[in-house]
Design a protein around this ligand. Structure first.
Ligand code: SAM
Length: 275
């Protein structure tokens, strides 16, 4: 494999490529964090053995399927079942009980391949709140969403998820939640029944629903301050009074976010809506 550094792409080239993508596909990356975008582009060039951005440019603009996969590379769909188990323990023992109502409506913004929303379904079941809850899971990437809807994960992946899973459920086997086949396992239907997946771009698309709890974990890391502010404003608008927001361990709440949210628990990155 050829190793490339982010220096092979100048700021001007990045801007021009992003403008071309916006014109061709209507996707606006203007306020995405530039180093992350450059890293994503480099990953893509190395994967396809390309040495210059021009090679990538022409394929991206000509081939829609290539572009769809490229998007995943740029956005990095990495996720995990029970990612950061402490968050789920805090939600189970504290936040969900405080919300404590029937008919909870929860939004997973940037749900990637679905592990986060299915984790939520498992947690809700454990405290008897799944039956009346509605879970909305959205992402910009169609490829990720298609995988999420299927709810099918390779056994290799599940093996990686075992440690955080056991931290939350030390006494329950994964077969309680998954139907196992030879090389993969599928989420059991009862955990999908309350989940609606849909394509949604946090930066450009409106959201009219009102939620008790919103997850937006490890999505804003790719956004600059302008975009973070815009997204936080949207999340605030979509939270019911007394609602909670969970961000990722690596997300940094910008100063402007303090206008909209109070820290609820620093360790688990949980915030409460300011009214
Ligand atoms: C690193 S994954 C995080 C998945 C999950 N929330 C977690 O923390 O495990 C980031 C996800 O954000 C999505 N994403 C990036 N920009 C987005 C946008 N503007 N609107 C919606 N989703 C976006 C990506 O497609 C990707 O699936």
């Amino acid at each position: 494999m050829v190793f490339l550094s982010t220096d092979v792409i100048s700021d001007e080239e990045l801007t021009a490529l992003m403008q071309a993508i916006n014109n061709r596909y209507g996707l606006d990356f203007t306020n995405y964090e530039r180093t992350s975008l450059k890293r994503g582009i480099i990953r893509l060039m190395m994967e396809h053995k390309m040495k210059t951005i021009i090679e990538l440019w022409s394929v991206i603009l000509k081939d829609k399927d290539f572009f769809k996969n490229a998007i995943d590379n740029l956005l990095v769909n990495l996720t995990e079942l029970f990612r950061n188990p402490d968050v789920w323990i805090k939600l189970r023992d504290n936040v969900l009980r405080r919300l404590g109502r029937e008919n909870l409506h929860i939004w997973h913004a940037g749900c990637s391949t679905g592990e986060e929303v299915y984790t939520m379904a498992f947690v809700l079941e454990a405290i008897g709140m799944l039956h009346s809850a509605r879970l909305t899971a959205t992402d910009l990437s169609t490829t990720a969403l298609n995988k999420a809807v299927k709810g099918e994960y390779s056994l290799l992946l599940l093996k990686q998820y075992l440690v955080p899973f056991l931290k939350f459920f030390p006494n329950t086997g994964m077969e309680y939640y998954f139907d196992f086949q030879d090389t993969c396992a599928t989420i059991k239907p009862k955990y999908r029944a309350n989940v609606t997946f849909r394509k949604h771009n946090l930066v450009t698309d409106p959201m009219i629903d009102q939620f008790d709890l919103i997850f937006c974990r490890n999505v804003m890391i790719y956004f600059d301050e302008v975009l973070k502010y815009r997204v936080l404003k949207l999340l605030h608008k979509c939270l019911k009074p007394d609602g909670y927001l969970v961000i990722g361990y690596y997300d940094i709440m910008p100063d402007v976010g303090k206008e909209y949210f109070d820290i609820y628990d620093v360790k688990t990155r949980i915030y409460k809506r300011k009214n």
